[in-house]
Design a protein around this ligand. Sequence first.
Ligand code: NDP
Length: 279
Amino acid sequence: MGRFTDKVAIITGSSNGIGRSTAIILAKDGAKVTITGRNAERLEETKQQIISAGVSADNINSVVADITTSAGQDQIINSTIQKFGKIDILVNNAGAAITDPSGSSGLAQNISVYDKTFELNVRSVIELTQKAKPHLIASKGEIVNVSSIAASPQSHPDFNYYSMSKAALDQFTRNIAIELVKSGIRVNCVNPGLVITGFAQAMGAPVEVSSKLYSYMGSHPDCVPIGRVGQPEDIANIIAFLADRSASFYIIGQTITADGGSTLVMAMNTHNLTDLLQN
Ligand code: NDP
């Protein structure tokens, strides 16, 4: 018996990165999974990786859909009910930092980028949660949202709309956690730091450029004190923990940071204050 045997999980954004890794872990541990994303080829790769991990294809519901559309959301929910009969776990993971085609950042970013960012990172999460709610009440299920350390109180000027959207997601987590716990649904959130996924490519960065970023950040303890950038599994394991009622029952409405220590570092403390005081 795996820890998710007899459970049905929807993992959005599972055609790549953190979502893919989460789908593999949950499925290996017994869950029937709905995997979804827009890119059919990458979604098929996720399916094949789950099968290679020893899971029957019957336990996988693969849905190519744009999560920002009402039709796409309905397809994800309805096909899950049709194939598996219920929903126990909803992982709201799909998300991105949408870039301005003009290359602008910060306040100069066109307001249409704000709309697209909030449509994906906030609005689609709200709508999918609304649609999954009756099923999650019936199963006394779990919701795990995937936010970011960009939601933290520090300033993130280059990621203005993205960080705002993730801060909104954190507050949504806290708000609905109290509303839904009354119906037996637990809601929590994980806030990753820098993780090696398709995230940078989705922003338009070539693989070589994002690799440089990861090795720079990973080798600077003032950026990532633990000494390496995150892997998708580092986050997926926490999502699985939060989705596992028997392991995390008493955690409600929390935003769990997993960033190798990045948000604990204050630039002043990366300098040797003792030396400065002595000289
Ligand atoms: P990836 O780009 O690897 O994965 C993002 C996933 O979201 C893909 O499966 C993508 O599928 C899906 N997605 C994006 N837009 C849509 C859409 N309109 N409709 C349906 N699916 C969509 O990035 P990550 O794995 O890193 O991202 C997962 C989550 O983690 C995001 O919410 C991100 O904000 C968060 N995060 C990531 C960090 C990092 O450093 N990687 C740091 C902090 C938070 P497809 O392209 O097939 O549509």
